[in-house]
Design a protein around this ligand. Structure first.
Ligand code: NAP
Length: 336
């Protein structure tokens, strides 16, 4: 079977030469272990920080280690009472065609329930990114009918789902920010946004004034930095802000992070701003999956998937996130 290992710690943006493809035998599961066949693998901006050992929640990576990553796989052989053959798992498979996993909290394994829906949804809509959208939009921002809602990174995996969640909850106006004409068109045509703003064009903040004449009730932020600061300057009384990510600052040193000038407005406007991490909400995953699967079956959420084919496509899939060339959930189909 094939697997990708880290050939170098990346410097700046990830590059193809930071990875090496290897051929190794399919592993044999021992006592308490499970052999899983990889069907789909996802990519996430955080993976670059795994490779540079910048996260506190993932084990350090050395040269030659299999690339860390989550995906959806099927149990082929089980020597663990926790799993049975045929189970569909979202887990830390790594970038490889077969993986051995254990019933261990490290793997953060989630057994999928919605077997009538496409297993690829386990990478996006019915996986961590969909769950992230529900936590941020529904549980932190408590979107309700009449709210005006803004999403940054709106055409990405989390952002595309966040928009659908806001609409399903009855928001009045949904505005998304994305990079480039094509992505903005995607927001309007495929992702249910009412207005799409291109941050790569001049005048973004003036556009916010035009489209939110009475202010922003809810902001789901994937980008951080100066944009967050400008939004703070435009919030309504009792506004809610979910800090999901800050991709605009992942590739720059801390001394270059934007220093917000509008933070005082949280107090002035009796607003709420909350960061969150999807893995802290594990006990709620079955309920999130049920809710999202219901919206999918009702046609209220149409997952937008951006699929590459074959394990060989993994490095390019990850690189595309930083180049912004993905639309919706970027993933790779590894096997049927
Ligand atoms: N809190 C949590 O538990 C949690 C869970 C999952 C993900 N996240 C965070 O959510 C965010 C989105 O993750 P995702 O997996 O859905 O990725 P994604 O949005 O599918 O892909 C990343 C997108 O970010 C945009 N981008 C890249 N560089 C940017 C920059 N300098 N400024 C503004 N936008 C930039 C690009 O879109 P454009 O072309 O539109 O710029 C790119 O397509 C990330 O910040 C991630 O860390 C948080």
């Amino acid at each position: 079977m094939k697997q990708w290992v880290m050939a170098k710690h990346p410097k700046g943006l990830v590059k193809p030469k930071d990875f090496r493809l290897e051929e190794v035998p399919i592993p044999i599961p021992g006592e308490g272990e499970v052999l899983v066949k990889t069907l789909y693998l996802g990519v996430a901006p955080v993976m670059l920080r795994y490779m540079t050992n910048e996260t506190s929640f993932e084990r350090p990576m050395g040269i030659g280690d299999v690339m860390i990553g989550r995906g959806v796989g099927m149990v082929m052989e089980s020597h663990s009472p926790a799993f049975k053959k045929g189970d569909l798992l979202q887990t830390k498979l790594g970038w490889r065609e077969y993986a051995i996993i254990k019933d261990d909290p490290y793997y953060m394994t989630y057994k999928m329930q919605s077997k009538d829906l496409n297993p690829s949804f386990g990478v996006g809509a019915l996986g961590m990114n969909g769950f992230t959208a529900v936590i941020g939009m529904r549980d932190i921002c408590k979107v309700k009918a009449g709210d005006t809602v803004l999403v940054s990174g709106a055409a990405g995996s989390v952002g595309s789902m966040a928009g659908y969640v806001a609409k399903a909850l009855g928001c009045r106006k949904l505005v998304g920010i994305a990079g480039g004409k094509e992505k903005c068109q995607l927001l309007l045509d495929k992702l249910g946004y009412d207005i799409a703003l291109d941050y790569k064009q001049p005048g973004l903040y003036e556009q916010l004034d035009v489209h939110f004449p009475n202010g922003i009730d809810v902001f789901f932020d994937n980008v951080g930095g100066e944009l967050l600061d400008e939004v703070l300057g435009r919030i309504t009384r009792r506004a809610r802000i979910a800090i999901c990510g800050r991709i605009s600052e992942y590739l720059i040193p801390p001394e270059e992070y934007h220093r917000p000038k509008n933070m005082y407005r949280i107090g002035l406007k009796d607003a709420k701003m909350e960061g969150f991490f999807v893995y802290d909400y594990q006990e709620h995953y079955p309920e999130y999956e049920l809710q999202l699967a219901t919206w999918i079956r009702e046609g209220k959420l149409i997952p937008l998937e951006d699929i590459g084919y074959g394990l060989e496509a993994m490095p390019e899939a990850l690189i595309s996130l930083y180049k912004g060339t993905n639309g919706g959930t970027r993933m790779v189909k590894v096997a049927d």
